[in-house]
Write a new protein. Structure first.
Length: 414
């Protein structure tokens, strides 16, 4: 079967409401209250088994989760889980599994080396001009592959102790920093007032050019995205937001409307996905996801190879799957829909782009490369200071057309 032309079921391409599902008796005004959603999260084995048929591996994983990464699922997100299907892509992301207790030699508690790049508590300064500001250790729900499972949820051995005053002082002193990413945990769990106060302090630092918020709240808890929150965020532009979505089923009508509210208040939106086995490690699923994101005015930003977090082997897909997905998207959907596939280099090396191989040969004279169809082209390398050299390249093979002519024909056919 050709993966490029495989039809994706309409249930994945359409926006469906999560509905109140198991909570159908709850008054709508409570269901739509984000604080009610948080207060009524499913957090126990009994809570899961009221609605799901768990496997022995899941039951053991839930028991184990009390010592590693807490269990918590909002009612909104819980309703997306298939009751009797342990392979459900939503279920695999959020329900603990006994595999979380199996560690390999390659896995680490801190796979991205954040602790070693933390000059003050809660502030990670790995890249020259930007920092990661860990403002909380709590999330609306807990992804089982969480890179920061060592510090989030309060269940692990390590605690996050962010010193806000010390972090602000560091930012004021280091004028090379132009970009601050708020993450955690999830910053959108802060009250409007507390988040506004923090953003105001950051905005008062002259050399900070823009701010970012990394969040999964619009997916787990779309009720949190209120007009009041959006108006507050609008005061602090330029402010960007990176959401985290892995599967098209997560993009419900409620999520779509929450994202629209953010976009309508001028917040540019990007999405970060993690490549996960049995969740999104196929071209049809990822193609549906990225195209659905664009309909929500969200630009696919990164596709991450799953970090080497301890106990994540059962969720990690092979690197070649990510390369195949990018290969299958390129040329078969708009460039806006294609994320950058990256590996966060183990131990703190930062994000490294991993791309399909398009270049066959490159020297001082020319570069030989292929396009998405497998056709091979040659382009002359520019010789610095030589303005007389022709800029025309050719396609290698039977067609014998010049590259500009081929390009012109393809543009005219759009």
């Amino acid at each position: 079967m050709d993966p490029i032309t495989t039809e994706v079921p309409r249930i994945e391409a359409d926006f469906l409401p999560s509905a109140q599902g198991y909570w159908s008796d709850v008054p709508p005004e409570q269901w739509n209250d984000w604080k009610w959603q948080l207060k009524n999260r499913v957090t126990s084995l009994d809570g899961l088994e009221q609605h799901l048929l768990l496997t022995p591996e899941e039951r053991a994983g839930v028991i184990l989760s009390g010592n590693k990464l807490a269990l918590a699922v909002t009612p909104h997100y819980f309703n997306l889980i298939e009751r009797e299907n342990p392979g459900c892509p939503i279920r695999r992301q959020i329900i603990p599994h006994v595999g979380e207790g199996a560690f390999s030699a390659a896995e680490m508690a801190d796979p991205c080396g954040e602790d070693s790049h933390m000059p003050v508590p809660g502030l990670v300064h790995r890249y020259p001009d930007r920092v990661l500001f860990l403002v909380t250790d709590r999330c609306a729900a807990y992804c089982r592959y969480c890179t920061r499972s060592r510090v989030v949820s309060g269940a692990g051995e390590q605690e996050l102790h962010t010193d806000f005053d010390e972090a602000i002082a560091y930012l004021e002193k280091h004028t090379e920093i132009r970009d601050v990413l708020l993450s955690g945990g999830d910053p959108l769990l802060f009250s409007d007032g507390k988040l506004d106060a923090l953003l105001t302090r950051l905005r008062a630092i002259p050399h900070l050019e823009f701010l970012r918020i990394g969040t999964r709240v619009p997916i787990f808890l779309p009720q949190r995205i209120t007009p009041e929150l959006c108006r507050m965020l609008q005061k602090h532009h330029p402010l960007w937001m990176s959401i985290h979505t892995n599967h098209p089923r997560e993009l419900t009508t409620e999520v779509r409307d929450a994202l629209a509210m953010l976009a309508n208040h001028g917040v540019p939106l990007g999405n970060q996905s993690v490549l996960l086995a049995g969740v999104n490690d196929s071209l049809p699923v990822m193609k549906s996801l990225v195209q659905k994101l664009l309909r929500c005015r969200v630009r696919p930003y990164y596709l991450y190879q799953c970090d080497l977090i301890q106990g994540s082997a059962h969720l990690r897909a092979p690197v070649h799957k990510g390369i195949e997905i990018i290969e299958g998207l390129r040329g078969h959907t708009t460039g806006y829909a294609i994320p950058q596939f990256v590996i966060d280099a183990p131990g703190g090396g930062g994000k490294v782009p991993i791309n399909p191989g398009y270049v066959f040969f490159h020297d001082k004279e020319k570069v030989v490369f292929r396009n998405f169809e497998g056709r091979v082209f040659e382009y002359p390398e520019v010789q610095e200071g030589d303005s007389t050299r022709s800029s025309h390249g050719t396609e290698k093979g039977d067609l014998g057309e010049s590259f500009p002519e081929i390009l012109h024909d393809e543009v005219c056919s759009l």
